[in-house]
Design a protein around this ligand. Sequence first.
Ligand SMILES: Cc1ncc(COP(=O)(O)O)c(C=O)c1O
Length: 372
Amino acid sequence: MIDTTSGPLGQAPAGGSFFRSGPADEDGLRLHLNETAYGPPPGAAEAVAEEAALHLERYPDSEYRALRPALARHFGVAPEMVAFGNGVDELVLLTSLAMLRAPDAEVTATAGTFPGYAASAATAGARMRALPLAEHAVPVPEMAAALRAGTDLAFVCNPLNPTGALLSAGQVRELLDAAAHAPGVLVFDEAYLDFAGAEHHHALAAVREGAPALVLRTFSKAWGLASVRAGCVIGPPELIGRIERAARALPFRVSRPAQRAVLAALARPDHLEHVRTGTAHARELLVSGLTALGLRCAPSAANFVMVDVPGDSAALTARLAAEHRVIVRDLGLLGLPGRLRITVGSPEQVERCVDALAAVLRRVRPTAGAVR
Ligand SMILES: Cc1ncc(COP(=O)(O)O)c(C=O)c1O
């Protein structure tokens, strides 16, 4: 089956959306959306199936009576410090709608990152400011300066999509200090932080202690529940209340199966450890495979790797898809031409991807050993 809503190679059509999932080719190797190779935690699929079998005619619980306390326990915060949403996608939009009320409001993020920030800013009628990266990472002093200068909303993606760069404790602190004296709202999008381990959860620890910032977490990535759409935002009750008010028109936006899946997942925190360890191992295999091809990778703490490629990265992506059914993200689409973002799959998937890339590169640069 071909997805006619997007270009043949998963690229956004002119005027189209980067959110489209690309070729609806379940046989292809999907390494373009940072899905997990490890599946959901044990029990989650059963919970979804049971919920669908028993209660398909019922609306979801709009109060999240079971889920909210479970999430609050999981994140170590009070229940009024968590809101739930139909993926982080939706929470980015709701946060934008809630916080960008002023005419001529401004959103700051980094260049080439998750396109949901710009899309949501546009929906909210706000201006988008994109800061150039500092060596593949968030330019922390510039982001802090933007907050101090009065930007209305700052999205800091940590680890950063698309490079995988991770912020240090000191950098998180610098941003939080700026936010504490700024009129705008600082949001840490930690969609990929589960891959980095609890010792990097600096923003959540600060929010737990009352820091005025928001933290976004998803169940789509390390938790392996992208299909049901579930994410949450953690922050001070006042900011959470504003987001919930922005969502009032959508009381049933998280389905019953999604709520059941997350509850089942939270009962299996061991799954995260398993995914984190497996992903770190496979990421090393991917980086060493790419390096052996003479390619340069950015250091990543996430389940993807950004790699520089010779020549036209769009054409390379197209060949990988057409000739090898390996689907990766051409970062030219996000303003970073000459680079690919490749999801870390299982070791077998890594091998298939590296072999496919080697075959395509042999044709792009027939002189063996050409390194850039
Ligand atoms: C940085 C970042 N934030 C948010 C999302 C959206 O996550 P969700 O599936 O929870 O909507 C993604 C998805 O790829 C992402 O890369």
